[in-house]
Design a protein around this ligand. Structure first.
Ligand code: BES
Ligand code: MN
Ligand code: ZN
Length: 525
């Protein structure tokens, strides 16, 4: 089948007079051990459990002391109900005890101690971080408390404090520049050993890489075109030592990627294929983890055009690709011991005069033919060629991440990403990593019978399977391109963007999947 060159525009000024804001560099989080009274800071934030004893004692914050240090303000607030230690409640009080070196203490409600593991501690740290920034406090400390290993808790707290530094208002001109990030001390009640210090640095890196992915997802379609996405993603990965290659439309055509080219036809911006390689010296030949991310820089739906209402959100349809790029950066910075390949096909999905039409047939690089029923089901098309390419580069295990279906949002809401794949052991492995990383996922079935919904009269398959089980048939489509390798698909359509602010997640891009993908490279599978 001949591939057509639709006459993409040559490289040109991408966004006229809009300058993309530079990424902010943060200072490291200092980690200290010992009694809280010794920590010198403007504000000491201490998680307070419902089952903490106000007067202190074993198990209470900092041992005997927090309440006394505040001159009894904490127990008065608990007695009056002003502070009930429900998650994210905040109560701030001066320190009156001269022996203490903190100027003020804020207790942050943390619920029951048994329920406060690293997941909640991460969220509490985000909430504390946001509050401290809003109040322009420059030096603050966060006390690491909760159930679990000290290193896990410390890492989660460092992640949370870092995630709190994300700011979505990049293009506001009327307001002062976003507040500088406060410098944070993490206070460990026990000794802060090497393992804890390393965990804090790891958490910092993972949080920063999540924020970079959020910046990319937040970027509008006019500044983040496929070429600009490729440029930015490659810069942030290269900087960390990742090998990066950007394939242009000619190379993509040579590879026969008819699905990616088909989607790109409707746009005057040419597509790109971003390829990342983490190849640490001495790494075993296998496994080779292949990460594939959906990189639609704007999804209008194409000829099967979307309604205007809410379409602006479709600038984040490259959140999966951003997660892969930023996870590759984290993987290199953290020195993952295995080989990892990242593949991000990127294009716009536009309804131009040369756009693909419903009924058109496309041929994938793998050779399979696809009848395009709905041009808005474009993510699975570009991922089909992306998965094939990751295999060709030697991936032995595949994980793809995509804002793939509205149906997944219907199924799981905005609380969890859909998790699909085979075999079950690999799915469970990714699930366990995601749980630890604080990326909520939930497994969905891939029964063979679902494949029937994709049967085409004219080609090997259709690109849509009707309304029932829409997120599953999309995953079944991707499975056709997994070549029988262990493969997991994360549908992040509901989780990539927070529609409503929560104490631990402001409105806007969430950075979902970055930490899961990065930490997967440290697993045995
Ligand atoms: N990018 C969308 C999926 C999406 C929807 C992400 C809502 C975030 C929020 C995807 O390309 C899409 O349009 N999917 C279609 C598939 C359908 C035509 C089979 C959908 O979900 O409606
Ligand atoms: Mn679409
Ligand atoms: Zn899409």
């Amino acid at each position: 089948m001949k591939l057509y060159r639709p006459g993409w525009a040559p490289a040109s000024a991408i966004s006229d007079n809009i300058q993309m804001p530079p990424a902010v560099k943060n200072q490291p989080i200092v980690c200290v051990g010992g009694p809280l009274s010794g920590i010198e800071t403007d504000l000491l934030v201490v998680p307070w459990f419902e089952d903490d004893a106000p007067a202190g004692g074993p198990g209470a914050p900092g041992g005997p002391g927090i309440d006394a240090a505040s001159g009894g303000e904490v127990s008065r607030a608990l007695a009056s109900g002003e502070f009930q230690a429900k998650a994210y409640e905040w109560f701030l009080t001066p320190v009156v005890d001269r022996q203490w070196r903190a100027r003020r203490i804020a207790v942050i409600g943390a619920g029951r101690r048994a329920d406060c593991g690293s997941d909640l501690l991460r969220k509490l740290a985000v909430s504390a971080g946001i509050t401290v920034r809003q109040r322009h406090i420059n030096h603050a400390a966060f006390s690491v408390r909760g159930e679990g290993a000290a290193a896990d808790l410390a890492q989660a707290a460092a992640e949370g404090l870092t995630l709190a530094e994300f700011s979505a208002g990049a293009y506001k001109t009327g307001e002062p520049a976003p507040e500088a990030a406060p410098d944070w001390t993490l206070a460990m009640l026990d000794r802060a050993g090497d393992a804890v210090t390393a965990a804090v640095a790891r958490g910092r890196t993972l949080g920063e890489c999540s924020n970079l992915a959020r910046d990319l997802a937040n970027e509008p379609g006019n500044t983040l075109t496929p070429r600009e996405f490729a440029r930015r993603a490659s810069a942030l990965a290269r900087e960390a030592g990742v090998g990066v290659e950007i394939l242009d439309e000619t190379q993509i055509e040579k590879l026969g990627m008819g699905l990616l080219l088909g989607v790109a036809r409707g746009s005057s911006e040419p597509p790109r294929l971003i390829v990342f390689r983490h190849d640490p010296p001495g790494a075993p030949k296998t496994p080779v983890l292949g990460l594939v991310g959906k990189g639609i820089t704007f999804d209008t739906g194409g000829i099967s055009i979307k309604p205007a209402d809410g379409m602006e959100r479709m600038k984040d349809d490259m959140a999966g690709g951003a997660a892969v790029a930023c996870a590759m950066r984290a993987i290199a910075l953290l020195g993952a011991p295995i080989r990892v390949i990242g593949v991000v096909p990127t294009t716009e999905n536009m309804p131009g005069g040369r756009a693909i039409k419903p009924g058109d047939i496309l041929k994938s690089a793998e050779g399979k033919t696809v009848e395009v029923i709905n041009t808005d089901a474009e993510g699975r098309l570009i991922l089909g060629d992306g998965l094939w390419y990751a295999r060709r580069l030697g991936a032995t295990h595949l994980v793809d991440v995509a804002t793939l279906t509205g149906a997944c949002v219907v199924a799981l809401g905005r609380i969890a990403s859909g998790l699909f794949g085979t075999p079950d052991s690999f799915v469970q492995c990714v699930r366990a990593v995601a749980d630890r990383a604080g990326d909520r996922v939930w497994p969905m079935p891939l029964f063979e019978e679902y494949r029937d919904q994709l049967r085409s009269d004219i080609a090997d398959m259709m690109n849509t399977g009707g309304r029932p089980a829409g997120s599953i048939t999309a995953a079944m489509f991707l499975k056709e391109f997994s070549g029988g390798l262990p493969w997991v698909h994360m549908d992040i359509a509901g989780t990539a963007w927070a529609e409503e602010a929560r104490p631990y997640l402001p409105k806007g891009p969430s950075g979902v999947a970055v930490r899961t993908l990065a930490q997967l490279a440290f697993e045995r599978f």
